[in-house]
Design a protein around this ligand. Structure first.
Ligand SMILES: Nc1ncnc2c1ncn2[C@@H]1O[C@H](COP(=O)(O)OP(=O)(O)OP(=O)(O)O)[C@@H](O)[C@H]1O
Ligand SMILES: [Mg+2]
Length: 541
């Protein structure tokens, strides 16, 4: 007979766990899986925090990253910035408490969202080396301090030790030792991550001291600081019934009408009148807290029946067309590029987003796979943060793969083309806590497709022109090869001077192919770059 256990026995084991314990067991969810990937995750978390902090403080970022080998599969990582620093009393919470930070509760565009990144690094250092993270910081108002931080994972509480005054320039420096990591100079490595970060953040200066001790400088390409992120409210077209009920619970308005105007964007008195015609006066007079599921459902239905102005794009800090061009020129130095910035769209939850896309051809675009052989690559970004992993499931990859590139004369299997896409939003719907790919929201995929098709059209003439030049140049070379033999034969037949015949033939051929010799096809646009125009034609892809 099999033994049975009663609930009272089983439930003796019943326990609550801290979030830190959870992530300790599930660290792959934070991007700590695979040696190379884990090292990039550490650098990514610190660098995005530095960029966010500088942006919020209105500072041009100067970031230094050092990765130094300690022993096999163990590296020291040090990241220093010139941002606002962290006040001493917040350092434990900021760097050694999971789900704590200045960003989670604010509805505004920043790279960080969750309050997990930096504490995740502290925990990863701790569980792979047993060491705390060393912090040095100053807010600029004081001389600064140094300390060590680690997490009590059982309670998710910070432990801060060896706090001392230290003369530190304004900003934050974090230094940790990490095991189970590996540096690799590949498409998925730290240097590539930093190069792509520079591409999407032309205002940042990034110094990288690699494991060989070599200093690589990614120079700032512009002094224009991105505008400071501003908090926004959700757009009515994207909110769900549950969103309305949650917002209503925290509203201080006395009536639903006032609550809608205060909690959502674009709701004017005129819109309230339109909503009233659909849901009736009573529904808008009641107290927000008394809203029931069916009342909220009727509101959401009414929102869908009304025409709205697009979401306010002031909340979104896209890179900007000119800045994308500057950055692409700086990093990829392409022969030709075409940049597109779309108008804001909205996805579920009423969240506005903006897609920027660019195609860059030639120079260092694409990927060199052999001498004179290239293939295209897709550079994915979310809020200017490069996404190097989990490409298959990402909305950007899905959208880019669905485009019939050949229509635009583009072949991602053979041409040196970089497809650049940056999605900006106050709330990027990532596929997981590791924030490595964008969830496949239909609205986002559609916007990316439209942007890429636009860019495809923009670059089409250039590539076709180039191909034509290539074909014509081939013909020119072949015909020129025959001029010698031909002039010899004609000379033998006519008795005329061979040299004269040859030079006249060569002049004739050259005049026919003069466009090619000038390296310019008549189809080729004059300039090496072009501005993208908004075009919603869609082409029925
Ligand atoms: N370099 C920095 N300068 C100033 N403040 C910082 C810096 N790095 C982190 N912080 C503070 O520490 C908090 C926690 O950082 P952490 O990376 O854990 O979370 P987050 O950036 O808010 O969100 P995410 O988990 O998405 O990265 C931040 O919200 C910020 O307030
Ligand atoms: Mg962060």
């Amino acid at each position: 007979m099999t033994e049975t256990n009663s609930a009272s026995v089983i439930f003796k084991e019943f326990k609550e766990h801290s979030i830190a314990e959870f992530f300790k067991k599930n660290k792959q969810m934070l991007g700590y899986s695979g040696l190379v990937h884990s090292l990039v995750t550490v650098v990514h978390e610190y660098v995005t925090n530095s960029l966010d902090a500088c942006e919020e403080a209105g500072i041009l970022p100067d970031i230094s990253v050092e990765v130094r080998p300690v022993e096999e599969d163990r590296y020291l990582v040090r990241v220093r910035d010139n941002g606002p620093g962290i006040p001493k009393k917040f350092v434990g919470k900021a760097l050694a408490t999971i789900l704590a930070g200045t960003k989670f509760h604010r509805y505004m565009q920043q790279r960080g969202q969750q309050g997990i990144g930096a504490a995740g690094c502290t925990m990863f250092s701790q569980i792979t080396t047993g060491k705390p993270v060393i912090v040095r910081s100053s807010t600029g108002d004081d001389d600064g301090y140094s300390c060590k931080v680690y997490i009590d994972t059982m309670t998710n509480k910070p432990v801060v030790t060896e706090v001392a005054n230290a003369e530190v320039p304004r900003g934050l420096e974090v230094q940790g030792e990490f095991g189970s990591v590996k540096y690799e100079n590949s498409d998925h490595g730290v240097y590539e991550y930093l190069k792509r970060t520079a591409l999407a953040n032309p205002h940042a200066q990034i110094e990288f001291i690699d494991p060989n001790g070599k200093t690589n400088l990614l120079m700032r390409a512009t002094d224009i600081i991105p505008k400071r992120p501003v908090p926004v409210k959700p757009h009515p077209l994207g909110v769900s019934v549950n969103d309305i009920l949650e917002l209503a619970q925290i509203s201080e308005s006395r009536k639903v009408s006032a609550f809608l105007m205060e909690s959502l964007s674009r709701v004017s008195q005129g819109k309230i009148d339109e909503i009233r015609k659909i849901v009736g006066a009573e529904a808008l007079e009641m107290a927000p807290r008394l809203l029931k599921w069916d009342d909220a459902k009727a509101l959401v239905k009414a929102f869908k029946a009304i025409k709205w102005i697009a979401p306010d794009s002031s909340s979104i800090s896209a890179i900007g067309e000119q800045q994308v061009k500057t950055a692409l020129k700086n990093i990829l130095n392409p022969e030709y590029m075409y940049v597109v910035e779309r108008k804001p769209g909205i996805f579920a939850g009423g969240v506005p987003f903006v897609v920027e896309a660019a195609l860059a051809y030639g120079g260092n675009s694409g990927k060199k796979v052999a001498e004179d052989a290239y293939e295209g690559n897709i550079l994915r970004f979310a809020n200017r943060v490069p996404l190097l992993f989990d490409s298959g499931g990402c909305a950007i990859t899905v959208a880019a793969r669905s485009i019939q590139w050949k229509r635009y004369g583009i072949d991602l299997d053979t041409q040196p083309v970089s497809v650049f896409v940056n999605v900006s939003s106050v709330h990027i719907p990532y596929s997981g806590v590791g924030k490595e790919s964008i969830a496949q929201e239909d609205e986002i995929i559609e916007e990316i497709k439209l942007a890429l098709m636009d860019a495809g059209r923009g670059i089409q003439r250039y590539i076709r022109g180039k191909e034509r030049i290539g074909t014509e140049a081939g013909k020119y070379k072949t015909i020129m090869r025959y001029t010698k033999q031909l002039s010899k034969d004609v000379s033998a037949l006519t008795g005329e001077d061979q040299g004269k015949i040859e030079s006249e033939l060569a002049a004739l051929v050259s005049s026919h192919y003069k466009d090619i010799l000038n390296d310019k096809g008549s189809e080729t646009p004059e300039e090496g770059e072009a501005a993208g125009a908004q075009d919603d034609s869609g082409e029925g892809q």
